[in-house]
Design a protein around this ligand. Structure first.
Ligand code: AMP
Ligand code: MG
Length: 409
């Protein structure tokens, strides 16, 4: 049998990103509910933020030219709180002012109250003990945002700071990409759902379905609405039935297991009978078997069954696919150079993703068991070393490190 050449990871990713250009459409949501969503349109401001020059301190608004030396006494002719506005400050007078209150006409600096002393014998007088410089403690109109400025871009992921910024320019709703609706199921007759059979009563050969749990969590973190189809038995008719049911009302069907080339792997013929499938053998370890296709007009992605393979291929391929589907431009995985405090003398031909953890000396330690079934390696680690195919590593070498927390957020 002739073995097909393995597909390099960048090529697989590129094909997925092209498929994700189809997008999902746009909906409007309340700014308060938009955390984690992807902005669908540029957002420009219709006003300056702050709207007027205002005080950064509690203190006194003065005319600098009048305060050439410390110790001068001025009468306080007005009081301006945040939310109100003041009158012209006449020469040799000043205004009591509070943080956020507009600077009154005539004044060009604020002296903080810690540098002022109330003068009791002179009704309403204040002694200025520090000579101000023009503009001191004044927050300028538009210094945060100028009218007309684009403050958020289409394709940008909204987090707490972005929501605050949108609110600061008066927006109580935002146009965002619709959330991907994802049908999730696992395949494998060996799988048992936790809670249905106690550990000591598991039949020989049975294992708990772990993939379902981390895949559902990963999908939710990416803003997806997940429908859980549970475990589908290793039979062609059951797989076809589950897929055609899942294709209705979903944007993506995501499965794990059953995409190898074993006799119990029914995903391939089932998807082919309902739509189209490209089975890719990707040149990565862990995670070689991977499938992309369509069932009706719904995207289909089949992940490998081994838990670490399933998790790593999700991070490398499904995550960027789902982000691009929501309109995110930059979906690249970012790596930094880090020192390996371990050796990896037997490199695989495939590009490898090693489970590692940063140590107190600024280097990386390797989890001893790198098998694709060992989920403890991912829990122990905080990142992956992205190691090119055929590349051995000696202790002290610089390697490419990808922080997994970045990929999980
Ligand atoms: P497969 O890709 O179906 O050949 O599965 C490869 C390996 O992953 C087998 O050892 C399966 O038992 C295991 N596996 C498949 N699906 C899951 C799952 N949902 N949870 C845990 N292990 C799984
Ligand atoms: Mg299987």
């Amino acid at each position: 049998m002739v073995r097909a050449a393995l597909m390099p990871l960048p090529q697989a990713l590129e094909s997925l990103l092209v498929a994700a250009e189809s997008g999902l459409g746009v909906e409007t949501v309340a700014t308060l509910d938009a955390d984690g969503r992807i902005l669908a349109q540029d957002v420009a401001s219709e006003l300056h933020v702050p709207p007027q020059d205002n005080s950064a301190m509690d203190g006194y608004a003065v005319r600098c030219a009048d305060v050439s030396q410390s110790g001068a006494v001025f009468s306080v002719t007005q009081r301006i709180a945040a939310g109100s506005s003041g009158q012209l400050v006449e020469p040799f007078t000043c205004a009591r002012i509070f943080t956020g209150a507009p600077i009154p006409p005539g004044a060009d600096a604020v002296v903080m109250q810690e540098d002022c002393r109330l003068v009791n014998d002179c009704e309403g007088g204040v002694q200025i003990e520090a000579v101000p410089t023009p503009g001191q403690h004044i927050r300028r109109a538009g210094e945060d945002v100028a009218r007309g400025q684009v403050v958020l871009r289409a394709g940008q992921r909204l987090g707490p700071a972005e929501l605050g910024l949108a609110a600061s320019i008066g927006l109580n709703s935002l146009a965002v990409a619709k959330r991907p609706r994802v049908a999730l199921f696992s395949t494998g007759d060996e799988l048992v759902m936790p809670g249905t059979v106690a550990p000591q009563e598991m039949r020989p050969g049975a294992i708990y379905n772990s993939n379902r749990f981390f895949l559902a969590a990963l999908l939710k973190r990416l803003g997806c609405i997940v429908t859980d189809f549970g475990i589908v038995p290793d039979r062609l008719d059951a797989t076809v039935a589950a897929l055609s049911d899942a294709a209705r009302k979903h944007d993506l069907i995501l499965t794990s297991g059953g995409v190898s080339v074993g006799e119990e792997d029914h995903i391939k013929p089932a998807v082919q009978s309902l739509g189209a499938l490209d089975l890719w053998q990707i040149a990565i370890k862990p995670g070689k078997p991977f499938a992309y296709g369509q069932v009706d007009r719904t995207h289909f992605i089949g992940l490998p069954g081994n838990p670490v393979s399933s998790l790593v291929t999700f991070l490398l391929l499904v995550r960027p696919f789902l982000l691009r589907l929501q309109g995110v431009a930059d979906v690249a995985m970012h790596s930094v150079a880090a020192r390996a405090d371990f050796a990896w003398p037997k490199a695989d031909k495939r590009q490898e993703f090693l489970r590692v953890r940063r140590n107190a000396n600024g280097g990386l330690d390797l989890f001893p068991n790198q098998s694709s079934g060992v989920l403890t390696s991912v829990v122990w680690g905080d990142g992956l070393v992205d190691n090119p195919g055929g590349q051995t590593i000696a202790a002290g070498d610089l390697v490419r490190y990808v922080g997994v927390s970045e990929l999980l957020s």
